[in-house]
Design a protein around this ligand. Sequence first.
Ligand SMILES: [Zn+2]
Length: 318
Amino acid sequence: MPKNPSSESLVFAVDLGGTHLRVALVDDTGRILKQSKQETPKGDSAESIVAALVDAAQRWDSYKQAVVAVSIVVPGAVDSDKAVVLQAPNLPSLVNFALKAELEKRLGWPVFLENDANAAAVGEMWMGAARGCRDVVSVTLGTGVGGGVILDGKLWRGSHGSAGEIGHTTVDPFSGLKCKCGNTGCLELFASATAIVRMTRESLSSFPESSLISEELTAEKVYEAGSAGDELALAVFKRFGMYLGIGLANLINLIDPQIIVIAGGAVNGWDLFAEEMYRQVDERAFRTTAQQQVKIARAECGDNAGLLGAARLARNSL
Ligand SMILES: [Zn+2]
């Protein structure tokens, strides 16, 4: 590592979400020098997204000489070798678009592309809860459930680029609940922000005293009600923790990681779901592994995990 890297070698990191476009300049010690956030351009053309990225990069013109790469993460399946988006329900215009060629032409820097949950795992290993670990699984509990797997220090993308789809592992095949992936009983049907709202709605009639009956439901409101002792909310988070624990026990038995990092908005409910999550892990994972070695921890990088992971991955590839 160079001695004075900060101003000399920067990655222009991009977290291209369906709602927000976040960009940052990250140095090779993981420091974020500049950062900004805007709405992702809507519409059918990838050109508007490319234009927004070029604009964002040019805003930091004075750092231009120091930038060594552009590294983009997206919520979807990617071919990271070719830097092509294969599938992204929230960014349809980017699918099979020649993003790499277009941006390299316009910006002049090498372009890298990664799935956002994979990048988040790398970000947490570099700068967050999994620092110093080599076998890491990250699980992001957001609108859906994403996952990233790092084995022996290397991101494991799988043979077809879809490793780490923890949200679509089956935890209850007989629930009758259909997932948007086509399967039934996926983890994300029970352990996502969307699931919190649905499970609350399903149980309203059994809890006529609940303060949530008169609310327009959001995961945040269910969490607030649970923190205030609302029994419906507590039952929902217990159920959430149960299914999450089942999913994590399966992961532990399969991968035997040093640490599982839990991220995403729904992690706010940690105090309400953790006890049941640990109970399931203790019951279901191999005892020696689960109880003595695998750490389950909250993420530390917050919204920046993807940006940091993007920066790190680009450096590794240069
Ligand atoms: Zn699914």
